[in-house]
Design a protein around this ligand. Sequence first.
Ligand code: A8S
Length: 175
Amino acid sequence: MVFQLPPTVSSDHNPVLQPNECSSTLFQTIAAPASVVWALVSDFENPQRYKPFVRSCRIIDGQVNQVGCLRRVDVASGLPASYSIERLEILDHDQRIFGFSIVSGDHRLSNYCSIMSLHPNGGDETVVVETYVIDAAEANTKEETCVFVDTIVKLNLRTLSRVAEDLAGKAQQQV
Ligand code: A8S
């Protein structure tokens, strides 16, 4: 069955782009209830729960999980960057929409912002949709920038799927 994006979030995943920006939308189906996936995604202070490159994270400004708060994310060695400062932009528990932007760091990603929405898909399955927008990196084409970011986001989504499915499996065993 083809997944249909609900009209309420359709504009979030179809951004209007400036000439220097590029964007991509990725989908991940997860065999776990949306509540389990949302608990992981909405925990702004703990991206390391499902982002394998994140080594540690802490809130450096504002109140945890309040829109506008900032986190400092330290990433694993071997990457072309060591840290990133990120702002919580959207946290909608009713519609299960989460958005953040990257405001600084020692990486080359400029004006990155991402929005994720979760969609129960019958049974205990969830479809996660993530759309990001970013400026084409200096000295790179839009395609090169998107290939780099797609690789990271796909890995995050696959890990999210595995962690959520593990949690859901464990939850079932306890019943
Ligand atoms: C996310 C998405 C991205 C994270 C990128 C694109 C990053 O954490 C990594 C390597 C970099 O070069 C940039 O959802 C940065 O986290 C893994 C440090 C920001």
